[in-house]
Design a protein around this ligand. Structure first.
Ligand code: NAD
Length: 352
């Protein structure tokens, strides 16, 4: 049985669906259902009878303890986080609380449970922590890509809080022997992403004829990873990763933000042409984000060599699937835009 935190969010929900295709093992999801948590996204997963969603906070140690003791998971996968850089600039407190204190809470309750396991189960238990390449700071256009040994230099409250959580996870292995795995991945894109993030924001604004805001000169570079590729990487690291190790996960798709936006516009011109003009006419440059990191890039040599994982999607194939998904799922988008997703769980189960 797997206990997964934060799987009503973008990557965790994709992971649940991906995992259901590969395993019969039951899954319990612990999610606070913040603005970024969308229980409705998990509707089809819950309908299989193999996935249970528990609404709760990872900082609530009594709840975490009760879930672990009741379900006795063979692994805990930790996706839950405050994840949006812009929000962290305006309100860093929630980021420290969930990302640092919440991870501490999970580590402590997991350690208490793990230490009581018989030695065979102790050896196979895993705590897998999902993190970001942003902990490494910013690269110039000519710097080599981030590897697992790149020093941490987080620049935003978000990345600093994730760096803090990574250090705690590392220490719980070195100090207590807890069998942890950490993955640091690049920018994900794909189905079910909340429309405050670059790619869904651009697709949805474009479809509504709204401006497409691009920070600064649009030349900030990110590596883009299709979310299903990321899910497969996590599944394989869980199965084959060496306890105490970290693995960088990248999509081999380094792109300037403006290239991403013009790429989306071109796809939309092909798939859903505007009545007049091109989608790129909507691009508007806006004041840069404070402390905006220039470039992130991932060196995936370790995960390729040790785990045997490589991304299946290219920029062209992954972006096409993603744009198609947003065009084909107006009901999901409408529930998010109208806020109806916030009350979906209550209407299903009468929970508060
Ligand atoms: P998301 O914001 O879409 O989802 C986060 C989920 O965590 C939500 O369902 C939310 O309700 C839940 N949550 C927040 N605080 C909680 C708390 N205190 N207790 C329980 N649940 C809580 O995030 P995402 O994009 O799916 O990211 C998942 C993980 O991957 C995060 O740890 C993030 O740092 C990391 N990551 C994301 C990206 C990306 O491109 N999206 C890139 C690198 C790393």
């Amino acid at each position: 049985m797997l206990l997964i935190t934060g799987a009503a969010g973008f990557i965790g929900a994709n992971y649940v669906y991906h995992y259901l295709e590969h395993s019969d093992e039951p899954v319990v999801v612990l999610d606070k259902l913040t603005y970024a948590g969308n229980a409705q996204t998990l509707e089809a997963a819950i309908a299989t009878g193999r996935v249970q969603l528990v609404r709760g906070d990872i900082c609530d140690r009594a709840l975490v303890r009760q879930l672990i003791e009741t379900h006795r998971p063979r692994a805990l996968l930790h996706f839950a986080a405050e994840s949006h850089v812009d929000r962290s600039i305006h309100g860093p407190g929630d980021f420290v609380q969930t990302n640092v204190i919440g991870t501490f809470s999970l580590l402590e309750e997991t350690r208490a449970y793990w230490s009581t396991l018989p030695s065979a189960e102790k050896d196979t238990f895993r705590f897998l922590h999902v993190s970001t390449d942003e902990v490494y700071g910013s690269l110039s256009d000519t710097d080599p890509a981030f590897s697992e040994t790149t020093p941490y230099q987080p620049n935003s409250p978000y990345s600093a809080s994730k760096a803090g959580s990574d250090h705690l996870v590392r220490a719980w292995h070195h100090t207590y022997g807890l069998p942890v795995l950490t993955t640091n991945c690049s920018n994900n894109y794909g189905p079910f992403q909340f429309p405050e993030k670059l790619i869904p924001l651009m697709i949805l604004n474009a479809l509504e004829g709204k401006p497409l805001p691009v920070y600064g000169d649009g030349k900030n570079i990110r590596d883009w990873l299709y979310v299903r590729d990321h899910c497969e990487a996590i599944r394989q690291v869980l199965a084959k990763g060496r306890p105490g190790e970290t693995y960088n996960v990248g999509g081999k798709n380094e792109l300037k933000n403006i290239e991403v936006v013009t790429g989306i516009c071109a796809l939309l011109d092909e798939l859903r042409p505007r009545s007049s003009g091109k989608y790129a006419d909507l691009i508007t440059y806006v004041k840069d984000r404070p402390g905006h990191d220039r470039r992130y890039a991932i060196d995936p040599t370790k995960i390729e060599a040790e785990i045997g994982w490589t991304p299946a999607e290219t920029f062209e194939t992954g972006f096409r699937k993603t744009v198609r998904w947003y065009l084909d799922n107006p009901a999901w988008i409408e529930a998010v835009r109208s806020g109806a997703y916030r009350t979906w769980l209550d209407t299903q189960y009468g929970q508060t």
